[in-house]
Design a protein around this ligand. Structure first.
Ligand code: NAI
Ligand code: 15L
Length: 269
């Protein structure tokens, strides 16, 4: 695939979308923005819902690749997840297939494997092929997205990098996030690697910085050319002083997905 230049960024009004629309142009991308919410300051941004197939088809026409962030980003009633994350992602893949888009970078989540026990002590890092264990309907929708990506690669030759993002915020805000944080700058580096690596087929990677307290194996991301530069450790002392270390007996500290495993999920994650 020739290096992509024009990229559709769905979910561009959201937290990660706002960070990425500021950071990705420095890598040489021309971004087309889409969200169900209007985006101030960009008169060309597409305001459309993922249920609007005609609008999606028009939005993807002529782009080289898509970064798909749009959808519900936390746990929600199944009916809402079904519409936005499951049917919405299907609608986007169909539009991409119909318009011949070569590659999608899909914002999957650590919550696709959220019920995986977190490594303790000398335990090995969690491999990328660990069995999926969603912790929520939200995580289940990310499992669907990853499977949809595999199907569209196998059947239609549409490539995807599924990025199981940890926590992408300007700073980690919990002790758990010291392990799963992806700095915005590393996020942009990873999305760039996912857009520009050759012959990715369907590749699944964890999305985080090179954190001292990392829980998972970043080698499939590094194989794309991703070289993380940040480490959450600079925030450790302050967060541990405020919140204490992760306790073994606390269910919200026992699994990769943090408090998403409890019913209902409770902050802090
Ligand atoms: P967010 O909730 O801030 O942004 C999501 C955006 O999608 C919003 O602007 C919203 O208006 C838009 N959207 C929702 N439903 C839509 C629909 N039906 N049609 C069109 N647009 C719609 O979420 P955030 O944090 O920016 O996350 C972006 C993506 O990355 C999400 O898919 C999320 O699941 C995933 N992710 C984020 C993580 C993080 O740490 N922020 C961690 C793991 C995954
Ligand atoms: C996610 O998948 C969410 O979209 C995000 O808001 C965070 O909660 C993140 O996971 C996390 O696990 O911290």
């Amino acid at each position: 695939m020739p290096a992509p230049r024009t990229v559709l960024l769905t979910g561009a009004a959201g937290g990660v979308g706002t960070l990425m629309r500021n950071l990705l142009p420095a890598f040489g991308y021309e971004l087309r923005l889409l969200d169900v919410r209007p985006i101030e300051g960009d008169p060309d941004a597409v305001t459309a819902d993922l249920s609007d197939r005609a609008a999606l088809r028009e939005a993807v026409r002529g782009v080289d690749a898509i970064i798909h962030l749009a959808g519900i980003s936390l746990e929600a009633p199944f009916e809402k997840i079904l519409k936005a994350n499951i049917e919405g992602t299907y609608n986007l893949y169909e539009a991409a297939r119909e318009e011949g888009v070569a590659r999608i970078v899909f914002a999957s989540s650590n919550h696709a494997v959220g019920f995986t026990p977190r490594p303790q002590g000398e335990d090995p890092l969690i491999p990328i092929d660990t069995p999926r264990r969603p912790d929520t309907f939200y995580g289940l929708s990310k499992c669907f997205g990853e499977d949809l990506a595999q199907l569209y690669w196998d059947k239609h030759g549409l490539e995807t990098v599924s990025v199981r993002i940890g926590s992408c915020f300007p700073e980690p805000t919990s002790v758990r996030m010291l392990s799963v944080w992806m700095s915005p700058a590393d996020g942009a580096r990873l999305f760039h690697a996912a857009l520009s690596a050759e012959n990715v087929g369907h590749t699944v990677v964890y999305g985080s910085s090179a954190n001292t307290r990392l829980w998972w194996d970043l080698s499939s991301a590094r194989a794309l050319g991703y070289e993380p530069r940040d480490d959450s450790e600079e925030f450790a002392q302050k967060l541990i002083a405020e919140q204490g270390e992760l306790e073994e007996g606390n269910i919200a500290h026992a699994y990769l997905g943090g408090a998403f495993v409890s019913d209902p999920p409770v902050w802090p994650y």
